[in-house]
Design a binder for this molecule. Structure first.
Ligand code: AGP
Length: 613
C-alpha cells in the first residue's frame, strides 16, 4: 500500500526521498510523486506507473531543496494517474500533503469545500485534507493548529505528512488509527519521516513510532510529539538492528527468491535465545506466562489474513496436539464483524508479517474490547500489532520485501511450535522426555530446510514442464492441509494461474470432477499420520487420468511409482513437516512466475501491507 518518505536537514532532499520510495516499492503502488521546498516555493513532480518514470521526470526537471516529502500511491479514490498521485498542493500553493488511508467522509468535506469556492484538481479523498489545512491556516495563521483542526475533521484511519511555505522549518506528521505506521528517524541535524523503517534505514537506526491520534512537529533538531488534543508525549526511541544490506537483492533475481533462500538463517534467528537445547526447554519471556495462567486459558483463537492465517492453521494442530488446548483459526476480516465469542479466558493470537494489516488490527481491537488476552507474532518491529498485544513474539526474519510472503510463513510456524511446547510444559500435557525430544527436533530445522533448498534445480525442471498450465489443485491433510492452501495462494498471487486447495478428504465431495489430464494435482504426502490416506487420494486422481505432482519424503518408493513428478523433502518429524513441505511449493510458484516473465516481487493488484479494508 501507499508509502511515505519525508526529509528535513542540510542535504539535498530529492535523492533521499526517491531512494526511500525505492525501498518501499515492495508495498505495491501505481503512481508516485515528490514535493520539495525550492526557493520558498513548493515544487511538485508526479508520475503514473513505476518509480523509474518519476525518477526520469525529476532528471528532466530537477528539484533542489533541503525539505521535501514523497509518496507511492495505491489507488483507492480516483484512477491511477499523475493528477491523482500524491503529494497534493493546496489552492494557495502554500501547503502540501501526502496521505495513507481513506478519508471516509471525503464526499461531505468535498461538498463543503466546493461550496466555499475550492476547485479540486484530483478525484482523491486526500485533496480534501490539503484544502482544509489551507483553510484553517488562513484563519489561525499557525500550521500545527491548522493540521490539528483538519485531522479532527477526518473520519477513518490515516497517516498524514504535511509541510507549508509559511513555516518552512518543519514537517508535521500524524497518525490516526491503523492506516499504516508513521515512523520518525533521528539524524545529526537532520530528520526523516516515513511510513516504514526500510525507507530510512540507510540514514538512521534511531526511530520513534507515532501511536494513533498523535502528531509530531519535526524540525532539523528533533521531533516534538503530542496528542491530537495537544497533550505532550515523551517519544520512546527504538534502535533498529536490521542490516540495510539485508534489504538488497544481492545475487538473486528477485527478492522472493532471496527470501526463500534466507529461511535457513531466518529460522536459526527465530530459535536464537528461545531454545535451551541442553535443558530441552523453550523460553518465551515476552508472553510473561506462568503455569497458573497457562492452565487458566480455555481457548486460543488465532487470527490473521492470507499466509499469516495459514500459518495459524498449522499452529492449531501443533497447540492442540502438544498442549491439548482448543484452538480456532478465525480469518481477521470475519472475526472483526461477527461479534465473536471471546472472553478473559480466551487468548487471541494475531499473526502478521507487517503488523499493520487493517483487518488484523481491527480483530485485535475487537478482542481487546471483549476482554481477551492479546498475543501477537509479528515481523515488523515496533508495528501496531506488536504494540497492541499484551505479549508479542518477534519473527526475527528481517525485512520481507517480496509481496508473496515466504520466510514470514515458516518463522511463525516455528514460533507456534515453540509456544505449543511451552504451553504443553506449563499445562502438564507434555512429559519431560517428550518435551526434550520436541525441542531436540527443533534443532534439526535449519539443516532440513537447507537440504530442501538445495533441490531447487529439480523444482525448476517441474516448473519448466508445467509453466503453461491453466489451473492446479492442491491437496493436503492434517498438519499439511494448510500447506495446500499456502502452496495454491503462492501460485495464484504471483503467476496468475488459477489454483485451488482442498483438504484431500473433501475430493470425493466435489473437486474430483475437475480431474483430467490437463489438471496438475499437487499432493502433499510426506510420512505423517495421514500418509496412507494421501496415497489413496493420489490413486484416485491417477485412476481418472490426472497428473500428480507429489511432495514426498526422500526414498519413498510408493510415491516414486505413483506420482508423475515429485518434490523430495528430507524425513522430518511430522509436526514440523510443514516447515519443509512448503519450501518446494514456494520455489515452484516462484519459478513458474519467473519463467512466465512476470513481476514476481510486485504482482498486479496486490500490496505488501494491506492497510485498508
Ligand atoms: C502473502 O503471500 C500475501 N501476499 C498475503 O496473503 C499476506 O499474507 C496477508 O495480506 C497478511 O499480511 P500480514 O502478514 O502483513 O498481516
Amino acid at each position: 500500500m501507499c508509502g511515505i518518505v519525508g526529509y528535513i536537514g542540510e542535504q539535498d532532499a530529492t535523492p533521499i526521498i526517491l531512494n526511500g520510495l525505492r525501498r518501499l516499492e515492495y508495498r505495491g503502488y501505481d503512481s508516485a510523486g515528490i514535493a520539495v521546498l525550492q526557493d520558498g516555493k513548493i515544487e511538485l513532480r508526479r508520475e503514473v506507473g513505476k518509480l523509474d518514470r518519476l525518477v526520469d521526470l525529476v532528471r528532466q526537471q530537477p528539484l533542489a531543496g533541503n525539505l521535501g516529502i514523497g509518496h507511492t500511491r495505491w489507488a483507492t479514490h480516483g484512477e491511477p494517474s499523475a493528477r491523482n498521485a500524491h503529494p497534493h498542493v493546496s489552492a494557495s500553493g502554500e501547503v502540501v500533503v501526502v496521505h495513507n488511508g481513506i478519508v471516509e467522509n471525503y464526499l461531505e468535506l468535498r461538498e463543503e469545500l466546493t461550496a466555499e469556492g475550492t476547485v479540486f484538481k484530483s478525484d482523491t479523498d486526500t485533496e480534501t485534507i490539503v484544502h482544509l489545512v489551507d483553510r484553517f491556516l488562513a484563519v489561525d495563521g499557525d500550521l500545527v493548529q491548522a493540521v490539528r483542526h483538519t485531522l479532527l475533521r477526518l473520519r477513518g484511519a490515516h497517516g498524514v505528512v504535511v509541510f507549508s511555505t509559511r513555516e518552512p522549518d518543519k514537517i508535521i506528521a500524524a497518525r490516526i488509527g491503523n492506516a499504516g505506521g508513521v515512523v520518525i528517524g533521528y539524524g545529526q541535524g537532520e530528520m526523516f519521516v516515513a511510513s516504514d523503517i526500510p525507507a530510512i534505514l540507510e540514514h538512521t537506526r534511531q526511530v520513534t513510532f507515532l501511536e494513533s491520534r498523535q502528531m509530531a512537529v519535526v524540525t532539523r533538531q528533533g521531533a516534538v510529539v503530542q496528542t491530537l488534543e495537544g497533550k505532550p508525549v515523551q517519544p520512546t526511541l527504538h534502535s533498529v538492528s536490521w542490516d540495510p544490506v539485508a534489504a538488497e537483492k544481492g545475487e538473486y533475481r528477485h527478492f522472493m527468491q532471496k527470501e526463500i533462500h534466507e529461511q535457513v538463517r531466518s529460522l536459526t534467528d527465530t530459535l536464537a535465545g528461545r531454545v535451551d537445547f541442553k535443558q530441552g526447554r523453550v523460553r518465551l519471556p515476552q508472553l510473561n506466562l506462568d503455569a497458573q495462567q497457562a492452565r487458566a486459558i480455555e481457548r486460543i483463537v488465532i487470527t490473521g489474513c492470507g499466509t499469516a492465517a495459514y500459518a495459524g492453521m498449522v499452529g492449531k494442530v501443533l497447540i492442540e496436539t502438544l498442549a491439548r488446548l482448543p484452538v480456532e483459526v478465525d480469518i481477521a476480516s470475519e472475526f472483526r464483524y461477527r461479534d465473536p465469542l471471546v472472553n478473559e479466558r480466551t487468548v487471541v493470537l494475531a499473526i502478521s508479517q507487517s503488523g499493520e494489516t487493517a483487518d488484523t488490527l481491527a480483530a485485535m481491537e475487537e478482542a481487546r474490547r471483549k476482554g481477551a488476552r492479546l498475543w501477537s507474532i509479528v515481523n515488523a518491529i515496533g508495528s501496531q500489532a506488536m504494540r497492541l498485544a499484551d505479549g508479542s513474539i518477534s519473527m526475527q526474519t528481517g525485512p520481507e520485501i517480496g509481496v508473496a510472503s515466504t520466510k514470514a510463513f515458516t518463522a511463525p510456524i516455528v514460533d507456534l511450535y515453540m509456544l505449543a511446547i511451552l504451553l504443553g510444559e506449563l499445562r502438564g500435557t507434555l512429559s519431560d522426555a517428550e518435551r526434550r525430544k520436541r525441542v531436540k527436533d527443533l534443532g534439526r530445522i535449519p539443516d532440513l530446510v537447507g537440504r530442501c533448498l538445495d533441490r531447487e534445480a529439480e523444482v525448476i525442471n517441474v516448473a519448466q514442464a508445467l509453466k503453461e498450465m491453466r489451473s492446479a489443485l492442491y491437496l493436503g491433510r492434517g498438519v499439511n492441509m494448510p500447506i495446500a492452501y499456502e502452496g495454491a495462494l503462492k501460485l495464484k498471487e504471483i503467476s496468475y494461474i488459477h489454483a485451488e486447495a482442498y483438504p484431500a478428504g473433501e475430493m470425493k465431495h466435489g473437486p474430483i470432477a475437475l480431474v483430467d489430464r490437463d489438471l496438475p494435482v499437487v499432493a502433499i504426502a510426506t510420512q505423517d499420520p495421514w500418509y496412507e490416506k494421501m496415497i489413496s487420494q493420489i490413486e484416485q486422481v491417477k485412476a481418472r487420468g490426472g497428473i500428480v505432482v507429489a511432495v514426498a519424503t526422500e526414498g519413498d518408493e510408493r510415491i516414486a511409482a505413483l506420482a508423475d513428478r515429485v518434490f523430495w523433502v528430507p524425513a522430518t518429524p511430522w509436526l514440523l513437516s510443514p516447515v519443509v513441505t512448503v519450501l518446494p511449493l514456494q520455489m515452484f510458484a516462484y519459478h513458474i512466475a519467473a519463467l512466465r516473465g512476470l513481476d514476481v516481487d510486485q504482482p498486479r493488484n496486490l500490496a505488501k501491507s494491506v492497510t485498508v479494508e
